[in-house]
Write a protein that binds this ligand. Structure first.
Ligand SMILES: Cc1ncc(COP(=O)(O)O)c(C=O)c1O
Length: 368
């Protein structure tokens, strides 16, 4: 299989571990091993200490799958498949699609959500937002884009890179459209549980619709990206079986230590989420004040969920050049919208990291 380079990941490969400061990360700071083990009770510590390092159950550790179901209202542990988040996109899309299918996919988006679709040979219609309306994605546009061979709708809420989160009636409308036209819905929910106001949290698509496949994982909301643990949930048992069969060609099974650490983390999820949300809200306020102060350079719609937002550049320089200049002069890595194939007038800003105040001080020196 031939597939185009993943621009965002290649950009991160260049800068993530060499730039002094990061202002575009979509994950929160990774918790330390000790943070997780010090939360563990005696039974959980025993699981860790007595862990056998053999192959693991392909669908995922049963206790971990059971714990994952607490994030859903209508999903049982046999409707969960544990894999890495990125692998989840690859496996699901390869199982759902054939080359003659038409797909409707949000854009801009995390590249694998549409690149894998293209690599299979499918026809894609991009579902675009209205920036002037706060990155509003109008569900009616999905219905207008449906063709006789449409098979799948791909959404990602809370959204990377805009931070957009629809209200429940709009989300329900997307589900209703999928149901009415008998389409599969792939719902990337990697940032779910990071709503800045918890009353805005959407149900998981996999709870609402039997032909939805939802993706989630430990990387963003839980600050455990290094465990490489994510999961797919679906009530469509036929599709789940196909995805399990496909996984025999990717990783076969998950890392045993990651599953146990992930289980302990998830059992104490409230502490992890609370710590991340506290940092996110503090940072978001600082970033918003910063953007208001430097409005001649940047403007944005303040995100209502997640760890990232997309700011508009109000200076006449392509965003790639702007970001390269900032990286060179201040050691700050910022992702330009070219990495999302979304023009050259925006930059993605991330606010899940502890050192954001220090990074903003450095960033400000460029505008004085
Ligand atoms: C929307 C979205 N989906 C999936 C992923 C993949 O997660 P991971 O990098 O943990 O595999 C990311 C990572 O940035 C993402 O932003």
């Amino acid at each position: 299989m031939k597939i185009a380079p993943f621009k965002l990941e290649r950009y991160f490969a260049k800068y993530e571990f060499s730039a002094k400061y990061l202002l575009s990360s979509s994950d929160c700071d990774g918790f330390r091993m000790n943070d997780i083990l010090s939360m563990a009770n005696i039974e959980e510590l025993k699981l860790w200490q007595n862990l056998q390092l053999g192959y693991t159950e392909s669908q995922g550790l049963p206790m971990l799958r059971e714990e994952i179901t607490t994030l859903y209202s209508n999903i049982s542990s046999d409707e969960v498949m544990v894999l890495t988040p990125e692998e989840g996109i690859f496996v699901a899309l390869n199982c759902i699609l054939s080359k003659d299918d038409h797909v409707i996919c949000m854009a801009p988006s995390y590249q694998s959500l549409h690149q894998i679709v293209s690599s299979i040979g499918c026809d894609i219609t991009f579902w675009l937002p209205d920036e002037e309306k706060g990155w509003y994605f109008d569900p009616n546009d999905i219905e207008k884009a449906i063709k006789s061979n449409t098979k799948l709708i791909i959404v990602n809420f809370p959204h990377n890179p805009t931070g957009y989160l629809p209200l429940l009636p709009d989300f329900q409308r997307i589900i209703d459209i999928a149901k009415k036209h008998n389409l599969i819905l792939f719902s990337d929910e990697m940032y779910r549980y990071l709503e800045h106001d918890s009353s805005l949290r959407l149900p998981s698509a996999s709870d609402l619709y039997v032909n939805a496949v939802s993706l989630s994982g430990l990387s963003k909301t839980f600050g455990l990206a290094g465990l490489r643990i994510g999961w797919l949930t679906t009530q469509n048992h036929g599709l789940l079986k196909e995805m399990a069969t496909f996984k025999d060609y990717t990783t076969i099974c998950n890392s045993a230590p990651s599953e146990v650490l992930g289980l302990i983390g998830l059992r104490h999820k409230d502490l992890l989420i609370e710590a991340n949300l506290k940092k996110i809200k503090r940072n978001l306020n600082l970033l918003n004040e910063f953007i208001e102060q430097y409005n001649h350079v940047l403007s944005w719609y303040k995100p209502s969920a997640g760890t990232v937002g997309l700011a508009k550049l109000n200076v006449d320089i392509p965003s790639y050049d702007f970001c390269e200049k900032i990286a060179k002069e201040s050691g700050i890595m910022i992702v330009p919208s070219e990495m999302f194939d979304f023009g050259n007038k925006h930059i993605r800003l991330g606010f899940g990291r502890e050192n954001l105040p220090e990074v903003l001080d450095k960033f400000a020196q460029n505008f004085i």
